[in-house]
Design a protein around this ligand. Sequence first.
Ligand code: SAM
Length: 373
Amino acid sequence: MKLLVPSAYGLEAVVKRQLLLLGYPNTRAINGRVAVEDCTWTDVARLNMFLRSGERVLVQLAEFPAETFDQLFDGVASVDWAEIVDANGRVVVVTKSVQSTLTAHHAIQSIGKKAIVTVLQKKYGILPEDGATYKVELDITQNVVSVNLDTTGVGLHKRGYRSLNYSAPLKETTASALIDLSVWNPDKMFADIFCGSGTLPIEAAMKALKIAPGLNRTFDFQNWQCVGEKPMQIAKQEAMDVRVERQLNIVGGDINPKAIDIANFHAKRAGVDKYVKFNLRDAREFVTKQKYGVNISNPPYGERLGDLEEVKQTAKDMGELYRSLDKWNFYFLSPLQDFERHFGRRADKKRFVFNADIKCSFYTFNGPKPPKA
Ligand SMILES: C[S@@+](CC[C@H](N)C(=O)[O-])C[C@H]1O[C@@H](n2cnc3c(N)ncnc32)[C@H](O)[C@@H]1O
């Protein structure tokens, strides 16, 4: 089976690297998706369980050219749907069309669904559609249709620990990718001095303790008879086996007491409350005895919290903090285009990353490398 892992813009390389570390060296990034060939249902379970930054795991069932609805129908109907979908399965079709002749989403969706239902009815007769959900994506890009089965269900960013609402939270998958893009490792101190609901410190702790991001949730494929229980049992056992115990120095800070309460609550739910300390504190007053460390934050955005002048002032204040902690590495995710000017220094690296559809830059301000032990 060929699996496709959609990834947020700018983060495909991070997902590729996570796949490599999970034992999948032969991957290819195309159109915001990373493709993994020759997979089994156990691989589906493993990727859902362990991938920290992919958005979902899709099985590609067919790929064919189509410029007419007849071609679309025939291509979708060429899949042996009864091998996958149970007699009472509920099929939901979603569509994407990019630079293609077929553009009418409603029509693509109903032709696609009709093709699937026609195949299923031949095998099962009447379809009650009151069982497990099978979400099928018809992705038409440059007149080539990819028929993809979504094994994940609710997106992979939903780890299960973030149950309370907070304004402008970072997606868990993005937070984890930013950590991967940094020089942080669990021997170093980690800080997020604008921690909000605690996503970055919690994700850092989960990564360091090798807590699988999918351990406390379920996935759509677990309800499918064609998969059975074994693949998930294997992935769960592996998730239990790889966990490690270690000391960590991870802190979060925020000026909003509600944020600190929520962050503590989420850390407990994620099972990392023993390892992460959240403090009610103004970021400008951050002090530490640790000579070396890494801070990753997404400070308030003009669009949603605070106003633009405050955002610029924050960038300026962060520049001063960076200069006072001259051996720390600072990373900021911000939509502010002239962040560096206000910060007072050119970033050592700058990458585009989308945060909730807002185009941001991930600015890296390096400190010197710590001496080799
Ligand atoms: C964009 S949110 C961060 C969201 C966070 N990454 C999350 O996943 O929930 C920015 C946070 O900065 C906090 N904040 C604003 N000004 C601050 C300051 N001077 N010091 C510390 N925190 C501040 C806000 O209360 C807000 O929680």
